[in-house]
Design a protein around this ligand. Structure first.
Ligand code: 13P
Ligand code: SF4
Length: 304
């Protein structure tokens, strides 16, 4: 029986050593989960880390598509997702069959797939992207016609930065759509000096009011700049914990307290401990799908 967090953390850390595991956590994870992780980052950073880790077990503190990406990159490692219910609703807004049909309609268009997607959808795509590299990925392609799936808002943002013709799948993030332009307009009255930094999953009307549009990793780097002392932050509120921890003395104001991703919060210390003890639940992508999906992920990692 474990009755306090310190004891739980010690148990997790000792099991982690015993099982030769690494703990990777997304920037939206609960603060206590971020604190015990070996690496905290955005989807791109997490994929890059998974690709090069020497550990035998990856405990993925994030959502299902992130654990799948780790499994795609590291087929010989055990990838644990402490709660299998931690899905991404946006990733579930497209199926492989739906994508195949759209590809037939748009014959010849290159398919760029946001990493927030299932392995089956990645397997049907030419290349993946994350919020950190979406514009560079689209511009790296020879094709002038791009089918972008599944996030219409990230796709729209990219379309404002590229000359290519973009066809957008109508998916979106239910958490980021809660961030509204009127929230920013109100906050700017109280914090006129603050920089407005938003995630590209936000609505175009929100992006139009931002000083910077960045991935969560980009936001963490931006916050460290000497000329930034106040930041109005437009993304899931879990990132506020990391921003405050790394930048004492600076002010971080979430645009909306409602911007919570409930799936990200399913991963708790208890679940991590149980997962390491049971070595479950494991996320493993079947080999034929994995090989096709890996081609799309590897192609993205070459772009950076
Ligand atoms: P980042 O890759 O910017 O961390 O975004 C992941 C995500 O799920 C945003 O909702
Ligand atoms: Fe998916 Fe949105 Fe949650 Fe990110 S914040 S994992 S896009 S539901």
């Amino acid at each position: 029986m474990i009755d306090n967090d310190d004891e739980m953390v010690n148990k997790i850390l000792s099991l982690k050593r015993e099982k030769k595991a690494v703990i990777l956590a997304h920037n939206y994870q609960l603060g206590e989960v971020q604190d015990i992780a070996d690496f905290v980052g955005d989807s791109l950073g997490l994929s890059q880390n998974a690709a090069r880790t020497q550990a035998e077990v990856i405990v993925f503190c994030g959502v299902h598509f992130m654990a799948e990406t780790a499994s795609i990159l590291c087929p010989d490692k055990v990838v644990l997702l402490p709660d299998l219910n931690a899905g991404c609703p946006m990733a579930n807004m497209i199926t492989a069959e739906g994508l195949r049909q759209r590809k037939r309609e748009l014959k010849g268009a290159a398919v760029v797939c946001y990493v927030n997607s299932t392995a089956e959808v990645k397997a049907e795509s030419d290349i993946c992207c994350t919020s950190a590299n979406a514009v560079a990925v689209v511009d790296s392609l020879d094709s002038e016609r791009i089918l972008f799936v599944p996030d219409k808002y990230l796709g729209h943002y990219v379309s404002t930065k590229t000359k290519k013709k973009m066809f957008l799948w109508p998916g979106f993030c239910p958490t980021h759509v809660r961030i509204l332009p009127e929230h920013i307009i109100e906050l700017k009255k109280d914090y006129p000096q603050a920089r407005v930094v938003v995630h590209p999953e936000c609505r175009p009307e929100v992006i139009a009011l931002a000083d910077e549009v960045l991935s969560t990793g980009g936001m963490c780097r931006y916050a460290r700049r000497e000329d930034v002392s106040q930041m109005i932050v437009g993304t899931e509120i879990g990132i506020i914990y990391r921003l405050r921890k790394e930048n004492p003395g600076k002010k971080f104001i979430p645009i909306s307290e409602q911007a919570i991703c409930p799936n990200m919060k399913l991963i708790t210390l208890e679940r991590i401990l149980w997962s390491l003890e049971a070595m479950a639940p494991e996320v493993k992508v079947p080999e034929p799908v994995r090989l096709k999906a890996k081609a799309a992920v590897d192609r993205m990692l070459e772009v950076g």
